[in-house]
Design a protein around this ligand. Sequence first.
Ligand code: GLY
Ligand code: MN
Ligand code: MN
Length: 412
Amino acid sequence: MAQMQPKSIAVFNSNDIYPISADSVLPFEQHRDIFYLSGADQEETILLLFPDAIDKKHREILFVTETNDHIAVWEGAKLTKEQGTEVSGIQTIYWLSDFDKVFFNLMTEADTIYFNTNEHYRQAVVNETREDRFIKKTKEQYPAHKVAKSNPILQEIRGIKEPEELELMQTACNITGKGFRRLLGFVKPGVWEHEIEAELIHEFIRNRSKGFAYPPIIASGNNANVLHYLENNKACKDGDLILMDVAAEYANYSSDLTRTIPVNGKFTKRQKEVYEAVLRVKKDATKLLVPGMLWAEYHKECGNLMTSELLALGLLDKADVQNENPDRPAYKKYFMHGTSHHIGLNTHDYGELKKPMQANMVFTVEPGIYIPEEGFGIRLEDDVVIQEKGEPFNLMGNIPIEAEEIESLMNA
Ligand code: GLY
Ligand code: MN
Ligand code: MN
């Protein structure tokens, strides 16, 4: 609200509940912006902010679906007005059925309406969202108002985590760690990828996570070289590695972990060599995440770290590097994705990418080396918090990552 223009209103809509077909629907997932701003995790809720409203009680309003006894019996209780205030701290709670009337009245006092468009750098949404429909309708009904964007403000403030958020993210990471430790005693030759997935979801849900923070990747052998492998339906073979990019959500916050372990509990010499190379890049890249660092500069440095390792592993030679196209450096052959992304309420979270990094931004660090011709791919990924001074704090610092520790836990 402090960043909004004078006489302006901002509105934030919930997500739709997405249909499957017939009367089936996907489980509801709240839009992360209205959740971040209000804590309301209920469908159809609308948040309205109007810092200059003449009537003070209209500076913040939460609209919630009117609940009744019938709904309470079939779907369970929805937020009452009192509970709306309890979860959000907002004093003025109205029923959703009053929205059009109240909104019209307030729009007569306002010059500008903030729309919440999706400007995430990786967004590729094809569905018309509830927010989209609201924008369309409001533009039609209020053609004389100026429009502004909420998204840049949200990208900035959501990118820097509050202590309460860091605590929830730590909990998500701890649950992920429990799942990973459970696996170390479970994986052996002949186990199926989906059996590993089942172990994880069991551990996550019993620790009060809703489940996976994103679709889990459990990729043995060469499946690890399909970056978005989601089938998780093959048997794990003796001598292969398994790349597992799996993590829990907690309270709508994501964690994002990748570990790569040997099916039989022991890395081969070559597997270990490549493993150690990835781990060194991860450790050195992490040290670069300090206030003031620029995103583009960071990724260039990570590319340099990876190039040195690939030379030492004999995967690249000097000529490959000398002749490389700067727009597609030689290392990309074996490491084709980015090293980091913001993480928070979304796995690939909001956050500034063009201004210098700041304390309390949370990033993943996830280098990998993928070698189809050798039948394996290795990625290691942790989530770290940038500190005012010194190295970032690793939220996954107690999840085993050293090759020897993994081996000894698998053989315990
Ligand atoms: N698990 C998604 C990612 O690592 O970005
Ligand atoms: Mn990631
Ligand atoms: Mn990941």
